[in-house]
Every structure is written in structure tokens, then in C-alpha cells.
Design a protein around this ligand. Sequence first.
Ligand SMILES: [Zn+2]
Length: 317
Amino acid sequence: MTDLLKNPVFQDEAKAREWLEARVWPEGPTCPHCGNADEDKIRSLQGKAHRPGLYQCAECREQFTVTVKTVFERSKIPLSKWLAALFLMTASKKGISAHQAHRMLGISYKSTWFMMHRLREAMRSGGLEPLGGRGKDVEADETYFGKAEVLHVSPKRKGRPYTKRGKIFNNRPILALVERGGSVRSFHVAVADQATVCKIVRENVDSETKMHTDESKLYSKALMGVSRHRRVKHTAGEYVRGDVTTNTVESYFSVFKRGMRGTYQHCSEKHLHRYLAEFDFRHNNRIALGVNDTMRAENLAEGIVGKRLTYRRPDQA
Ligand SMILES: [Zn+2]
């Protein structure tokens, strides 16, 4: 891991910029303001008067660099450090803590922490094709991780909180959808009720899919809108019946929980969805799908476009 950081891309700003340009613009520079990609209408601005890597678009007359409209935009941290953080996060099997990354990168803990959250944002896979399809199996399951910061009250219980075995139950629910031999998508939801869960399935899973769940009432075939739905009866000690099982999604949850406890320990509720994005990204770019460390870093670099975090902390990063 330490050797990895000896790559010139992580020392030299010009090399870092060239590496990123090759990922973001495989066909040559594209203006992020108007979308112009005509090489005759984009001029590289060189010389001492300009920042390195600056281009001028003849179509909209705006100037740009490769970091405009990406998670790296307007950051004071050198691009080479961003790329080093990106490689550290994508090469580690279980994730890397901000403390460890800060020591390896030689930049402040606060800046490292913020940079890593921006990179997690780049790992989010929004607006993709639905999971599953004809002849494909998708498993859905929910789990709970950590205590919710806001006490959720049940409308059906006249405003009283949810309880489990007589005690107040206020853990953070997570729903995950895993296609066998394919990708995972996980969600932190405020409350895991039937309407919320089925809506997420409807929006993220192809209707021709065969769905696998446990016997929980959260999963209604009609509300999920899938052609086939099979259940295993965990309460009766049944975990596998033929090909009906939720073992894939359960093993995803155990990787997530082990990783969170081992590496990240404290995770506030408002950031939980970003940690989920990181574990989803690692699962979706795994060796078994033919993705090696370099390809994983490249896939993340391609995901930085248009993922600028909406909140900013000017004192950090
Ligand atoms: Zn333009």
C-alpha cells in the first residue's frame, strides 16, 4: 500500500492532471459549460499567464480545466493528493480510516476526512439501469446499523415510538438489493415500512425479475411490481429452498457491518448513505467481476463528473 503512493501521479501535479484528463476525456477535452467537444473549437491556454491545464471554449467563450464540475472543483488540496486518496480508498479491501489516510497522505485530518466523503459521493451510482431482468435473481433484505439520531414515531401507534419486545426500537434501517452475480444497491431509509421498501424495489428492479426475500410483510409482490416473488421462512429455520435464498444479500450486510466496526467505528446518520455507497462501489467493482485495483480507481475517476457535493465547508478542503 505504501509503495502504491510512490507513483509519480501522486507526487507531480502535471502528471496527476494528465492522468485525470485521460479518464474524464478519453476522446479529448469537452467543455463542461456547453458540452462542446470539437477539437477545433477548444484551445489549450499555455504560458505563464495561465494556470496549467486551462482550456478556452470557442463555442461559449468560457474557460475550464478538467476539475470543473467535479468533486475536485475549487479544492485547495493538490490534485495529486486527491488521486492518492482515491487510490488508497479503491485499493483497500475493507476501506481505510481517515486517520490512517491522513498519516499516509501527509495532509490534515479534517481535509482528509472531507476529501474521503467527496470521493464516497463520487461512488454513488444514481440513475442507472434497473437491477435484474428476465431470468435474473435479485435478493432484497433489510438490516439495522447504529442508533437513529431522531426518534421515529409510528403513525399507527398514535405517535408513540416503534418498539420491539417491549423496548423502544430506534435503529437506522438499511435496505439492500443484490443481483446474484451482479451489482448491489443499498439505501438508508428513515423508516423501513412496506410502502418505503416496495417503492425502492419498484424503482430499482426490473419487473421481469425473480425476487427473493424472507417472509417479512415488508415485501409485497403486488407493491414491488415484480413477476415472481419467492420467500424463505427464516422463522421456521429455513434458509435455502432450492434456489430460493437471501444468503447473497445477508453476506453483503455482514461485510458492511464488519468493515464499519473495524475501520470506521463512528458514523453519524447523515453520512451513513455515503459509507453505503463506498461498500456498494467495492462490491460492484470486485475482482470476481474482472475489476482489478487499477480499473477500480479508473472507474471511480470516471464517476467524479457532476458529483460535486452540495454542501461546502470552506474551512476544510
Ligand atoms: Zn463551451
